[in-house]
Design a protein. Structure first.
Length: 270
């Protein structure tokens, strides 16, 4: 059984990509087979896993718009996860998809093809790194996902946009993916020294009735260093607070994935 998780927030710079890379590496450490999908034309996930997008001939763009078999574009990375990489060409894919019927379903179809391929390559987790927008790629990701995790920087005004994201989730549930569940918000860039972060987090989770995925990811300079090394923080800074926090988050996500009863309740629209 594959669990597909979209990591989405249309707000930029809230640690979506960092969370995808770190949670992916943490799940791999736990022995899970993981595929990460870069759905951002900026290709930051691809770059941060040590792959230069400019060197790539095949990427997610060809898979989404040219019918390329996804297994031909998937790469292995040093972090122990597989990657369906992106390049700047993905920006064009977004425009091409806009005029195409069934565009919301295109990623879902691709991931199903991948799962049908070879029993031995079946992934335990597929994690989708969404771009900072609510455009066609994010909607395609939400349509392909079992759950959505919303990284959130806990500061004043960070709630702006959460309502809009949840409206999109609601529409996706109505029209393209009835089973989509909101797994909750993941507090990122968290400054535990102030009460402010805590207060903002509580306000947001109360206002929108959202679960909080624990623990919060502390703000630390170590995260700035990891992408340049082409590895996630789990490798570059193994025992840092940030790496530990992501390992705990990964364990909690594994628990969450195994919770069928709560799933039903969570699918109800809010
Ligand atoms: N816990 C953290 N502490 C300090 N810096 C962090 C932390 N998490 C991420 N960062 C840094 O914050 C910046 C934004 O992170 P990231 O690229 O993961 O966000 P994003 O939501 O994917 O951005 P975008 O919306 O542009 O895709 C990066 O420079 C990253 O290194
Ligand atoms: Mg990103």
């Amino acid at each position: 059984m594959t669990t597909t998780l979209a990591v989405a927030n249309q707000k930029g710079g809230v640690a979506k990509t960092t969370s995808v890379a770190s949670i992916g590496a943490a799940l791999a450490e736990l022995g899970h087979k993981v595929l990460l999908v870069d759905l951002d034309p900026q290709a930051c996930l691809t770059f941060s896993l040590g792959i230069d997008p400019e060197d790539l001939e095949l990427s997610v763009h060809h898979v989404l718009t040219k019918g390329l078999d996804p297994s031909e574009a998937v790469l292995e990375t040093e972090d122990g996860v597989d990657l369906l990489p992106a390049t700047i060409e993905l920006a064009r894919a977004e425009a091409e998809l806009l005029t195409r019927t069934g565009r919301e379903q295109v990623l879902k179809g691709v991931l199903e093809d991948l799962a049908d391929g070879d029993e031995a390559t079946a992934y335990d987790w597929i994690i989708l790194d969404c771009p900072p927008s609510l455009g066609v790629l994010t909607v395609a990701a939400l349509t392909a996902a079992d759950g959505v995790l919303v990284p959130l920087q806990c500061e004043t005004l960070s709630h702006r946009g959460v309502g809009q994201l949840l409206d999109t989730v609601h529409d996706v549930r109505r029209f393209t993916n009835r089973g989509l569940e909101v797994w909750g918000v993941l507090p990122t860039l968290f400054d535990g020294r102030t009460n402010h972060s805590r207060t903002v987090l509580e306000t947001i989770s109360d206002t929108y009735d959202l679960d909080v995925v624990e623990p919060p990811i502390p703000k630390t300079i170590k995260f700035a260093e990891a992408p340049a090394a082409g590895r996630s923080i789990l490798a570059t800074s193994r025992s840092s607070k940030g790496a530990k926090a992501y390992r705990e988050v990964a364990e909690n996500l594994v628990r969450r994935a195994a919770r069928p009863a709560a799933k039903k309740k969570a699918t109800r629209a809010r």
